[in-house]
Design a protein around this ligand. Structure first.
Ligand code: DI6
Ligand code: FE
Length: 416
């Protein structure tokens, strides 16, 4: 007697594989999807299954013609933080200026104060809710940055909290050290001393602790200069850590070219990136991460150079940028919708941006497409066309979510 080979097999699927098979979305109709030990064994036409389904797999089910995509990948979030800034949002809409809010203790420093003051368990509980929301909407891999601690212990607390979220939910969390997010309050008026602190004290300890998978910085006129960013990157490189960058969000500081020079995994935001920056990214293979929810929240008007990225073949990803100041967004699909409506990306580009290109932005070669050998992270959706993933604003579209070969949850269908 032959033992069942695969752990699971779904029949009657429509797959959006995102592989380059010549079809839009890498689609395969009348498809089957089989997996074993957390990896995809078969993703192809059902007629090409190498045997009788009942013999091939321990558990066989019909997907009833549902569309299935790879698990979504949110490659840029700051979702670990304590408190929120809804009051500040309200004050602003009642006419308060940024200066008044800053004087009243608002802004990023208020999130730093609350994040420092939160216990490990409080920070975990508050942040877990946000991660759960992203997962419920289909994100099975999430990057999470530090950057609201701004002292070594608090930064490590954030990164450990991020790792704990991954363990709790059984999903992959990639952690990024963003000590160069803002100047710590103790260093107010002494920015270069703070950069010393990041490079001389924090980064070696972070590398030694292995709590961060990559290093990021906020390179902007209101944050860190290109020269300071370069120092952070040189230190990260010497410690063997990959880099990525918040670049050219509010002004053209040459951030994209700087990121490319260091072989960055990604450069993110990029509203003001110039032609040389685009070309440098193309040459370096640096992914352009679009964060349209920050653009929306800040009511920006300058669009990132999407057409230039297309022309030069720079892969584009889309992420939420979840953070309490400029992107209180808890749905990657909603970011995809904004990427289409605000940035004029196509629905297929947006889906590639939240799967295959997002995987690349995290340096993860084992996911992002539905293909034999990739991780068995996938979502069964309540839709009739993949464009619906970016078309609907809000709602619950994920019917079932499989992470590493295990069914995660059965969501309530939107129209049940
Ligand atoms: N880019 C942003 O827009 C923010 N951080 C960043 O790197 C804002 C973060 C905040 O206001 O809390
Ligand atoms: Fe960000």
């Amino acid at each position: 007697m032959t033992l069942p080979r695969w752990d699971g097999l779904l029949l009657d699927c429509r797959l959006a594989t995102l592989c380059d098979n010549g079809a839009a979305y890498g689609a395969i109709d009348h498809a089957a999807l089989g997996w074993k030990d957390g990896k995809v064994e078969f993703a192809g036409p059902q007629s090409q299954l190498p045997g009788d389904p009942e013999v091939l797999a321990a558990r066989v089910e019909s997907a009833r013609r549902a569309w299935i995509t790879p698990g979504l990948i949110d490659c840029h979030t700051h979702l670990v933080f304590a408190g929120n800034r809804a009051e500040e949002f309200e004050l602003r809409l009642n006419g308060a200026s940024y200066e008044e809010i800053a004087h009243a203790g608002g802004g990023i420093v208020s999130t730093v104060a609350r994040t420092r003051a939160a216990s490990d368990d409080e920070l975990f509980a508050q942040s877990l809710r946000r991660a759960r929301a992203l997962l419920a909407d289909g994100a099975t891999t999430i990057e999470i940055k530090s950057g609201y601690g701004l002292d070594l212990d608090s930064e490590i607390k954030m990164l450990r909290t991020a790792r704990r979220i991954g363990e709790e939910l059984g999903i992959t969390v990639c952690t990024t050290f963003l000590g160069a997010h803002a100047v710590a309050p103790e260093f107010a008026g002494r920015q270069s001393d703070y950069v010393d602190e990041v490079c001389i004290r924090m980064l070696p300890a972070i590398a030694n602790d292995k709590v961060a998978d990559a290093v990021d910085a906020f390179c902007e006129t209101i944050a860190f200069t290109p020269t300071e960013t370069r120092r952070v990157f040189e230190t990260a490189r010497a410690l063997g850590l990959r880099v990525k960058l918040h670049a050219d969000q509010l002004s053209d500081t040459g951030g994209a070219a700087l990121a490319a020079e260091f072989g960055a995994l990604s450069a993110d935001h990029l509203e003001y990136t110039n032609e040389a920056g685009v070309q440098a990214m193309a040459a370096a293979g640096t992914v352009a991460v679009m964060l349209p929810a920050a653009f929306y929240t800040l009511r920006e008007t300058r669009l990132p150079p999407i057409d230039r990225f297309r022309t030069h073949g720079v892969p584009m990803a889309v992420a939420t940028d979840v953070n309490p100041g400029t992107s209180p967004l808890l749905s990657l699909r909603q970011a995809m919708n904004m990427a289409c409506t605000l940035f004029r990306m196509t629905p297929e580009e947006a889906l590639r941006g939240a799967t295959v290109n997002a995987a690349r932005a995290l340096g993860l070669a084992d996911r992002g497409t539905l293909d034999a050998g990739k991780r068995a992270d996938f979502v069964v959706w309540e839709i009739d066309h993949p464009a619906e993933l970016t078309y609907w604003i809000g709602g619950t579209l994920a019917r079932r979510i499989c992470v590493g070969g295990h069914w995660h949850r059965v969501a309530t269908p939107a129209h049940a």
